[in-house]
Ligand binder design. Structure first.
Ligand code: C5P
Length: 401
């Protein structure tokens, strides 16, 4: 159990997880995943397909999980020959990572011609798959058809991520990183403090067009908002992340809606409501150009005057709704943090506001935050943004309940 500043984060302690490993180069990452799950307290039983054993030996997983690996349906050593039934009855979750295109195809069609597919078909627990394959295989109509079928059958599909692939190509199809899969499991296993809650989060900057190639924006990496989204998903919430332009990957278990301008962000947020919680982390531009030019504005020695109009304040609008969710604001100040943050909290009528000094936080991986609520101020000492986000989530869950 991880803890810090007196606040515990969720763990997988005592959860029985069957980790299925199928044949793909990402099988080596499943070894790290196995280690993480064991470290988080889960009882991990690894089951490997024959193809997976061509990539990594069962001995590796046996050493990491502390249990003999199940490698064949025809293993007579396991009691009454009904191991697949007993195992899948006992498990809290079956996680297949990596899940190859071939395995997904078998699963979608209910095949049961080896131990892992048989375990999946005989299960009464949740099943999650983390696909990993070449980008063309991922994009293939057959794979997408199989995935649609699996989602219909309530199989949780985690990822894949985009990026460089073992084959040298770049695109969608990489297995999610083990740490991201672990995060998603916290949510799936329903142990989190926000289990069953719907949370909408804004993150990143907005971009207000001046003309087709220029615009007004704020300095914001989006890291804090993405960390909050990840922490909320980890705590079991169903998370929708309405994000302005950033270079960040979608956190595991989070649904992202991409927007550019403040007006688009507002519309997207209102579309996602009602929710239990709204967390506004985005650095929304306060103004937009009255009428953006449809063609590139030509440079002129005479200068240029832009007529700016105020953007909607999304947080204020959401907080004033008759069925308003629990609203959390962020305030980045450059001076007199406590005074400005508390004034902002009262003005926007928020139960909770997170303050920070902009110069300390912008673009950085760590942050020093202060939480302001009806009870007063709660300073969190400097830590990485994910840890801070987890503290925030625990704090808001306490207020919510
Ligand atoms: O910009 P300001 O300091 O008012 O931001 C405080 C909070 O209000 C932040 O949580 C921000 O995401 C939110 N906000 C918003 N819409 C705006 C401006 C700010 O939701 N137009």
């Amino acid at each position: 159990m991880e803890s810090g500043q007196g606040i515990e984060t969720v763990s997988l302690a005592g959860k029985k997880i069957i980790l299925g490993v199928t044949g793909g180069i990402a099988a080596y990452k499943a070894a790290e995943l196995c280690r993480l799950l064991v470290k988080a307290g889960a009882e991990v039983q690894v089951a490997m397909t024959a193809a997976a054993q061509q990539f990594v030996t069962p001995l590796t997983f046996q050493a990491l999980s502390g249990r003999p690996v199940l490698a064949s349906l025809w293993d007579t050593a396991s009691g009454d020959g009904m191991a697949h039934i007993h195992l899948s009855r006992d498990a809290d979750l079956i996680l297949v990572a990596p899940a190859s295109a071939d395995f997904l195809a078998k699963l979608a069609h209910g095949r049961a011609d080896d131990l892992l597919t048989t375990l999946c078909l005989a299960r009464t627990c949740n099943l999650a798959v983390a696909p990993a394959m070449n980008r063309e295989m991922w994009a293939a109509a057959a794979t997408q058809r199989n995935l649609a079928q699996l989602r219909d059958d309530s199989v949780q599909v985690l990822g894949p991520a985009a990026g460089e692939q073992a084959c040298g190509e770049t695109g969608l199809g990489r297995m999610l990183e083990p740490a991201d899969i672990e995060v998603a499991l916290h949510g799936l296993l329903g142990k989190g403090v926000l289990a069953g809650k719907r949370v909408v989060i804004t993150a990143g900057p907005t971009f207000e067009a001046i003309d087709p190639v220029r615009g007004l924006t704020n300095l914001s990496s989006g890291k804090m908002g993405y960390a909050v989204a990840r922490a909320a998903a980890e705590a079991g919430a169903e998370v929708c992340l309405v994000s302005g332009p950033t270079c960040l990957a979608i956190p595991a278990g989070v649904r992202r809606v991409d927007v550019q301008s403040a007006a688009e962000m507002r519309d997207a947020v209102l579309r996602e409501l009602p929710s239990d919680v709204f967390i506004a982390v985005a650095a929304v531009a306060d103004y937009r150009v009255d009428a953006a030019a449809s063609q590139k504005i030509k440079k002129s020695a005479a200068g240029l005057t832009l007529n700016l109009v105020a953007n909607p304040d999304i947080l204020t609008e959401v907080a004033a709704l008759p069925d308003a969710p629990f609203c959390v604001g962020f305030a980045a100040e450059t001076e007199r943090l406590a005074e400005h943050a508390e004034a902002k909290r009262l003005k926007k009528k928020l139960p909770l506001l997170v303050g920070n000094l902009a110069q300390d936080t912008l673009g950085q991986d760590s942050a020093e935050l202060v939480l302001f609520d009806d009870q007063g101020r709660h300073p969190l000492s400097r830590a990485d943004k994910l840890s801070q986000a987890r503290h925030l989530v625990r704090h808001l869950a306490t207020l919510l309940n």
